[in-house]
Write a protein that binds this ligand. Structure first.
Ligand code: 3AM
Length: 171
């Protein structure tokens, strides 16, 4: 099973991210992420066996993360995969710490793959050759979070479908 850990936006924020995705697609082309798939990836785990997925689900259910508040105020582009995203202009210490803490736990489960760099972002478009920033609205969003979700990424041909497996406890 292909798994990742993510923050899932609350409905009102999801709606606003979706509205930005619409504007971005009109401007930059590419493939728009469906509203239901919008998320912030905290850790990509890759392929995990069924038994380990069950153990990880248990671990996430028993976890309580510190509540946090993330400011999204910038457009970004990862050139090689052609991703247009929104994120924070300044590094966010709380998200960085959450990322580190989660990877410590994942490594304790024997999972490899901790990246050398973590750039928090919400992917809005895939396969967009460039970011046409002119004419895009300013990004001015606030994300209050208190749970992490373990998500199963199921590949249905061209698109991935994301199925939540487990959610951490609210503090
Ligand atoms: O948050 P985003 O959408 O940028 O790109 C994939 C997506 O990130 C990323 O994991 C998230 C959920 O699929 N992803 C997919 N394969 C990956 C890999 N091999 C990967 N990240 C790192 N390494």
């Amino acid at each position: 099973m292909r798994l990742f850990l993510a923050l899932v936006p609350p409905p009102a924020l999801r709606w606003r991210l979706g509205a930005l995705a619409d504007v971005a697609q009109a401007r930059c082309g590419g493939r728009r992420m469906p509203d239901a798939s919008l998320h912030l990836t905290l850790a990509f785990l890759g392929e995990v066996g069924d038994k380990q997925a069950e153990e990880l689900s248990e671990e996430i259910r028993s976890l309580a993360i510190p509540a946090g508040h993330w400011t999204l105020d910038v457009w970004g582009h990862f050139r090689r995969p052609g991703i247009v995203w929104v994120g924070g202009r300044r590094p966010d210490t709380a998200l960085q710490e959450l990322h580190e803490r989660l990877w410590e736990r994942l490594e304790a489960h024997g999972l490899p793959g901790r990246p050398s760099r973590f750039i928090p972002h919400v992917t809005l478009l895939r396969r967009a050759e460039r970011l046409e920033a002119d004419g895009l609205p300013d990004v001015d969003l606030e994300w209050t979070y208190n749970r992490v979700t373990l998500i199963h990424s199921i590949n249905d041909g061209q698109t991935a479908r994301y199925v939540p497996l487990a959610c951490s406890r609210a503090r």
